[in-house]
Design a protein. Structure first.
Length: 181
């Protein structure tokens, strides 16, 4: 996993829980925490950090990952505004993930292992987004979707009909968006 994800997690932890929280999390996870944005790190390191955060916060790991995704999106928008400014709302932003955003991510972070998305955009009311990744971080994807909706000033309702954690081959999100009043 690319170090930029660890950098975002560190920033999220420090913002939400204070400067000392990251060090406490590293200690609980038994990790050193020297992550550079372009570096490659074991997926197990992220898993250990999430497990440690879940213990400290007394929350399920999925809830921690989803919250991280939700809070990481504004940090990404701040760091990489060019990924967000071409889009007026969440739907076109999501639809651009495979064709525009992930190729750019791969240019910035050589060797990034980005997830695969498939879309059914035939309905104006509901976007069906399928997610697959060997990492099975669907809760992170859900959080990023929620963060994107907040970024674009929209309310979002997501119905997850399939999930890799329930034995499905992929996750299917039925996403309904509407402008916040």
């Amino acid at each position: 996993m690319k170090g930029v994800v660890f950098n975002l997690l560190e920033e999220f932890v420090r913002r939400a829980h204070g400067e000392d929280a990251w060090d406490a999390l590293l200690e609980r996870a038994r990790l050193t925490g020297a992550y550079t944005s372009l570096g490659n790190y074991a997926d197990e390191d992220l898993g250990a950090l999430i497990a440690a955060a879940a213990q400290i916060l007394k929350q399920p790991p999925g809830a921690v990952v989803r919250s991280f995704g939700r809070e990481a999106l504004p940090m990404l928008a701040e760091k990489y505004p060019g990924f967000f400014t071409p889009f007026a709302s969440t739907r076109p932003f999501l639809l651009a993930l495979n064709d525009i955003i992930h190729p750019e991510v791969n240019k910035l972070y050589r060797g990034a292992d980005t997830p695969d998305f498939d879309f059914d955009a035939s309905s104006d009311d509901v976007l069906v987004m399928s997610y697959s990744s060997r990492r099975r971080l669907c809760e992170f994807a859900l959080g990023l979707i929620e963060g994107a909706a907040a970024h674009y000033g929209e309310d979002v309702a997501i119905d997850q009909r399939r999930c890799m954690h329930r034995g499905d081959a992929r996750c299917d999100f039925h996403i309904a968006l509407r402008r916040t009043a």
